[in-house]
Write a protein that binds this ligand. Structure first.
Ligand code: HEM
Length: 562
C-alpha cells in the first residue's frame, strides 16, 4: 500500500509540477498558449469546485465536511479513521442517510437498517413521489425495473480505468432484463454442489507453499496467510479451475505475469486521485504515465481472458468429439447459452467482460475475508480453540492431511458464525456499487431527487451502535439461532456483506464453502497468534485506498500442531 500512497503523491506532485512548469510560465508570457494554460487552470478549478459543491436538491441531507473528508482520504487514513466523522454527521440523521463526496460528486450514503433494506430490495417500502413509477410497476407488460438500479455512468465511458476493466455489458453493470439474462445463465454454476474437493486440494497445495515460502512454520512470522500473497494466489486458482476450467498457476508460480498485471490495475483502481476527480483521467491522461500503463495492462488482461475463452471452446469441441459430458462450469454455461435460443447467446464482448468480473469478484474478496478471520482468531485465542474443537469433533484429529467433505462443512456451525461475525466487523467490500434514482422518491422519510446517486454503506451499517451492541467487539454468538442478528433483522437490514435482494452476491455460497474448508484445514493443522511487535495489537489497521480493503502489513505467527 506504500506504493499506492507513493503513486498518489507522485500524481499530485506531477500535477503541481505540470501546473508550475507549463501553466504558470504561459500565464506570465501572455501568448496564445497563455490563454490555453489559463483555460486548463480554470477548467481544473471549476471541476474541483463543482465537486465540492453540494447540489441544491440534496442540501436537506446532512453532509460530511468536504475538505476535512478529502484531507483524511489524501493523507492516507482509512475508512476507520473517517468513521467518527461520519457517525457525528449521522447523529443528526435519524434514518441513517448522509451525504459524502464520491466519484466525481456527492452521493447519499445509506446506513439505517430500513433505508438499507429499501435500497437493496427490488420493491422497497418507500413511496415514489412521482406516481409514474408506481404505474410502471403495476403494468404486467412492462419489465419491472430496479427501484434503485446501478449507476451506469462509470462503466460505459471507457476513458476511465474502471470502465475499461469492467465494462457495461455484464452481470455486475447491467440493469433490468439484460442483467437478468446474464444472471440466469450464471445461476446454475452457483446453485449446485460446491467444489469442495477442489477447495481441499488447492488448500493443501497452499499450505505446502506457505511452509516452503516461509522457511518452515514453527514460531515464524509470516505475511498474513490469505492476503495478497499465498492466499490470494489460492483463491485465484480456485476461481480459475472451478469457474473457467483454467489453471492460472499462480500458486505454483508467484512471479506470474498475470498476477503482476492484475495487481497493478487493482492499485490503479484504489487511487483516490482518479476516484474523486475522474475528469483528470478523461482529459489529462497524457500527463500520468503510470495511469496510462495501467490502461495498457487492462488490454493485456483482456487478451488473456480472450485466450481463456478460445481455449475453452477448443476443449468443449474435443469433449463433444469424445462424447464426454463433465459437469458444466461457469464458462461452459456462458459459452453454451443461446444454443437453443439464439436471443440468449452472449457476445464475445459480454463473455470477456463477465470473465473479468468473475476473476475480480471471485478471489480477493474471499482471500481478504479469510485474512480477517485469521486475524480475529489470533486476537481471540479462546474462540480459536472453541472453533478447533468443533473441527476436530466433525473431521477428527491427527497429523494426516484430511480434506473435509460437503456434509462435514455443513456441520461446522460455530465456524459459520465466526465467518459471519468476521464479515460484519470487516466486510471486504465496505460499500455497494453506486445506485441511481430514476424518479423522485422518498427513502425512509427523506426525499431523494431523481438522478441522485446512492450507496449502501455496508461497513457503517454493520458497526452502527444504534443497531449492534458493542459493535467493535468480536462475538460470533450474535449469529447463533435467536441471537442478536435475528433480533436486528426485525429493524430492517443490518448485516449485508454480500448485499441483498435480487442483486445479492451470486458467489456468496461458493465463497462461504471455500472459507469453511480453508478454516477447517488450517485449524486442524496449526495454532496461530499475533506477533508481539504487531502494529495490529489494538485493532486491525487498513492500508489506504478506495474500494476493496486490505489490512496493512499483517503478519501472523503460525505453529504446527503435530
Ligand atoms: C467474501 C467474499 C465476497 C464478498 C464479501 C462479496 C460481496 C459482494 C457484494 C456486496 C455484492 C453486491 C454489490 C452491490 O449490490 O452493489 C456482490 C455482488 C457480486 N458478487 Fe460477490 N462477494 C464475494 C465473493 C464473490 C465470489 C466468490 C464471486 C464469484 C465467483 C462473486 C461474484 C459476484 C457477482 C457476479 C456479483 C454481482 C451480482 C449481480 O449483480 O447480479 N462474489 N458481491
Amino acid at each position: 500500500m506504500q506504493s499506492l500512497l507513493a503513486a498518489v503523491s507522485k500524481d499530485v506532485d506531477r500535477l503541481s509540477a505540470f501546473y508550475s512548469e507549463h501553466i504558470l510560465p504561459y500565464l506570465a508570457r501572455k501568448s496564445k498558449a497563455t490563454y490555453i494554460a489559463a483555460a486548463i487552470a480554470s477548467f481544473v478549478t471549476y471541476q474541483v469546485y463543482k465537486m465540492s459543491h453540494i447540489p441544491r436538491n440534496l442540501r436537506h441531507i446532512p453532509a460530511v465536511p468536504y475538505w476535512s473528508y478529502m484531507r483524511s482520504v489524501f493523507s492516507g487514513t482509512t475508512q476507520d479513521a473517517r468513521r467518527d466523522m461520519i457517525y457525528s454527521v449521522l447523529s443528526k440523521s435519524p434514518n441513517g442517510l448522509y451525504l459524502k463526496p464520491s466519484r466525481g460528486g456527492w452521493s447519499v450514503g445509506v446506513v439505517g437498517p430500513q433505508a438499507l433494506r429499501t435500497v437493496f430490495l427490488r420493491k422497497g417500502i418507500y413511496t415514489p413521489i412521482n406516481c409514474i413509477a408506481l404505474s410502471l410497476h403495476s403494468n404486467p407488460n412492462l419489465i419491472p425495473q430496479d427501484d434503485y438500479p446501478k449507476s451506469r455512468a462509470l462503466v460505459t465511458d471507457k476513458t476511465f480505468l474502471v470502465a475499461k476493466l469492467i465494462g457495461g455489458q455484464n452481470i455486475i453493470s447491467l440493469n433490468g432484463s439484460p442483467w437478468k439474462k446474464h444472471r440466469m445463465i450464471a445461476n446454475p454454476a452457483f446453485h449446485r454442489h460446491m467444489p469442495v474437493k477442489l477447495f481441499g486440494n488447492l488448500c493443501e497445495m497452499m499450505m505446502d507453499k506457505f511452509e516452503s515460502e516461509s522457511d518452515g512454520l514453527s514460531h515464524v512470522n509470516v505475511p498474513a496467510l490469505m492476503q495478497s500473497n499465498v492466499g490470494s494466489r489460492f483463491t485465484l486458482d480456485v476461481i480459475g479451475q472451478a469457474g473457467f476450467g483454467y489453471d492460472f498457476e499462480s500458486l505454483e508460480n508467484p512471479d506470474n505475469e498475470k498476477v503482476h498485471i492484475y495487481n497493478s490495475i487493482m492499485e490503479g483502481l484504489k487511487n483516490p486521485l482518479f476516484f474523486f476527480f475522474p475528469f483528470l483521467e478523461r482529459h489529462f491522461l497524457w500527463a500520468f504515465p503510470n495511469r496510462r500503463q495501467q490502461h495498457e495492462n487492462c488490454d493485456t488482461l483482456h487478451q488473456l481472458f480472450k485466450s481463456v475463452i478460445d481455449n475453452k471452446r477448443r476443449v468443449l469441441v474435443e469433449q463433444k468429439e469424445h462424447n464426454e459430458d463433465p459437469e458444466k462450469d461457469l464458462l461452459t454455461l456462458m459459452l453454451e447459452a443461446g444454443e437453443d435460443d439464439p436471443s440468449q447467446a452472449l457476445s464475445v464482448e459480454e463473455l470477456q467482460e463477465n470473465l473479468t468480473i468473475f476473476f475480480i469478484a471471485g478471489h480477493d474478496t474471499t482471500s481478504n475475508a479469510l485474512s480477517f478471520a485469521l486475524y480475529l482468531l489470533a486476537m481471540n485465542p479462546d474462540i480459536q480453540e472453541k472453533a478447533r474443537r468443533e473441527v476436530l469433533e466433525v473431521i477428527g484429529d491427527g497429523a494426516d492431511m484430511v480434506h473435509p467433505t460437503e456434509t462435514q462443512i455443513s456441520q461446522l456451525k460455530y465456524i459459520y458464525m465466526i465467518m459471519k461475525e468476521t464479515l460484519r466487523i470487516h466486510p471486504p467490500l465496505q460499500s455497494s456499487q453506486l445506485r441511481v434514482t430514476e424518479e423522485d422518491t422518498e427513502l425512509a422519510g427523506t426525499v431523494i431527487p431523481k438522478g441522485a446517486r446512492l450507496q449502501a454503506d455496508i461497513f457503517l451499517a454493520q458497526h452502527n451502535p444504534a443497531v449492534w451492541k458493542n459493535p467493535e467487539e468480536f462475538r460470533p454468538e450474535r449469529f447463533a439461532p435467536g441471537g442478536e442478528n435475528e433480533e436486528n433483522a426485525k429493524k430492517g437490514l443490518a448485516w449485508a456483506p454480500f448485499g441483498n435482494g435480487a442483486r445479492q452476491c451470486i458467489g456468496m455460497n461458493f465463497s462461504l464453502a471455500e472459507q469453511r474448508v480453508v478454516l477447517a484445514m488450517l485449524l486442524r493443522k496449526f495454532t496461530w497468534s499475533l506477533p508481539e511487535n504487531s502494529i495490529h495489537k489494538d485493532h486491525l489497521i487498513f492500508a489506504p485506498g478506495m474500494g476493496l480493503v486490505n489490512a496493512k502489513d499483517l503478519y501472523l505467527s503460525f505453529e504446527k500442531r503435530f
